[in-house]
Ligand binder design. Structure first.
Ligand code: BGC
Length: 437
């Protein structure tokens, strides 16, 4: 099969963000933050209040952490010893979908089924001990409207979740009801935070100079510490962390694949940035573009971001692993020349993703810094795309240099694995301490 070189070049061009466009995205992101700070209605960024600032590092005690928001749900028992030290005493996890067995995220599933499943997992994490009192921190990785650290109402599902009866509800109330149904009255949910907030809390507990938390995984989003907001309900120090819901940023130029994907998605018109960059979507965009190259426009191929990662990892001359992935997903045979072209397509999609994500980082840094100099700082990032996808870290660094010039030397991204769980435990400690004050 001969893949049309010209068509490939034009598709790659559609997935390319040049330096000028990169600058524009970063500047528009900063502008939307400014607008959002004065009135969120004027911005495509939700800028959600989390009612938590940074930890002092002195938080101690044993807490339960529920990490809910991706393909897997995890519950951990974490002991905080202060000064950045902690120990994971027990950790259990399960996927939310087990094909042929159960599905808690599809349109046919309900809130009661989903939260009962979470309560069962919590029961497993505490070894079915219904006596000892546990405070639980909940990392809930969806846009939520909060009025304090406990009360978070799901605004809208993202990442193609469609479980009925959760949107508009206070998620910890749903969890409490499920815990009561399972006779787990010794477990008390005390906080809800977004996963980006969890990553920032976890990183700030262990290192100084961290003000931005990010998830680059199934979904993509950032939060940052806004030092100008002081609220009586706020817990912690340094101001309030705002969950930007960057995935909803709209001032981008989606290409025709992005538009077509969006039109057929669970929530058309929503999460436009996320649909261009996050792990949930990279494989789908690749599949659509590949179908066009195979002159089979409209055919739905089931590629995942793990497939993209395998394709990019094969830099051999014969491209055997690429051919194997393509055979598996499309039943087509490709030779080494075609394998190379297919890798170029995957590269373009991943590089675009890393560049857009970096533009948002820089927009946040510019907004935080104002007209001053950029201080030395870390951006804490968790997530499989950041951690495992080839080309991502190097393209983040390249885009940081393009945008910040010499000042890029002051900004490093740092992997914070497990931050979603640790951050939840820290938030529970902060809430419990606050309640005692
Ligand atoms: C959600 C965010 C979350 C991100 C990463 C997005 O789809 O809207 O709240 O932080 O995914 O999990």
């Amino acid at each position: 099969m001969a893949l049309d070189r010209q068509l490939l070049q034009s598709i790659i061009a559609e997935f390319t963000v040049n330096s000028e466009e990169l600058q524009e995205i970063a500047a528009n992101f900063r502008q939307d933050m400014k607008l959002g700070l004065s009135d969120p209605k004027d911005s495509s960024l939700r800028m959600l209040k989390s009612y938590v600032g940074l930890p002092t590092g002195k938080e101690t005690g044993e807490y339960l952490a529920l990490d809910f928001g991706g393909t897997n749900v995890r519950v951990s028992r974490i002991k905080l010893s202060g000064a950045g030290r902690f120990e994971v005493i027990k950790k259990v996890g399960k996927p939310l979908i087990l094909p042929g067995e159960y599905d808690y995220v599809g349109a046919g599933s309900t809130a009661v089924e989903m939260f009962d499943f979470l309560a069962d997992l919590i029961d497993e994490a505490i070894d079915r001990d219904h006596e000892t009192k546990y405070y639980l921190g909940h990392t809930f990785s969806f846009p939520s409207d909060q009025t304090d650290l406990y009360n978070a109402k799901l605004i809208i599902w993202t990442k193609e979740f469609a479980t009925a009866g959760v949107e508009g509800k206070v998620v910890n109330d749903l969890l409490k009801e499920a815990l009561a149904r399972k006779d787990l009255n010794n477990v008390e949910p005390v906080s809800v935070i977004n996963d980006t907030v969890a990553v920032l809390l976890s990183a700030a507990y262990q290192h100084s100079d961290t003000y931005i938390g990010s998830i680059y995984a199934t979904g993509q989003n950032n939060c940052y510490l806004e030092s100008s907001i002081h609220d009586p309900e706020n817990v912690g120090v340094g101001g309030m962390i705002l969950n930007l819901e960057s995935g909803g940023f709209m001032k981008l130029t989606p290409n025709r694949f992005d538009k077509e994907y969006d039109e057929n998605s669970e929530k058309p018109g929503e999460q436009r940035l996320e649909k261009m960059v996050s792990g949930r979507y990279l494989g789908e965009l690749f599949g659509m573009a590949l179908a066009e190259l195979f002159e089979e426009k409209g055919t739905k191929y089931n590629f995942t971001s793990i497939d993209i990662s395998s394709i990019l990892m094969d830099d051999s001359v014969d491209g055997d692993r690429i051919a194997a992935v393509i055979k598996d997903k499309t039943d087509k045979d490709v030779d080494s020349e075609e394998a190379k072209k297919i890798r170029d397509l995957a590269t373009a999609i991943v590089v675009r993703s890393a560049r857009i994500v970096t533009a948002a980082f820089v927009g946040i840094i510019w907004q935080r810094t104002g007209s001053g100099k950029i201080n030395k700082q870390h951006i804490a990032v968790d997530g499989s795309v950041y951690e495992k996808m080839p080309l991502v870290k190097e393209n983040i660094n390249k885009a940081l240099s393009e945008l910040l010039g010499a000042e890029a030397a002051n900004v490093t991204t740092m992997l914070d694995t497990g931050g979603s769980g640790l951050g939840a435990a820290i938030s529970a400690a902060m809430a419990a301490n606050h309640a005692k004050e």
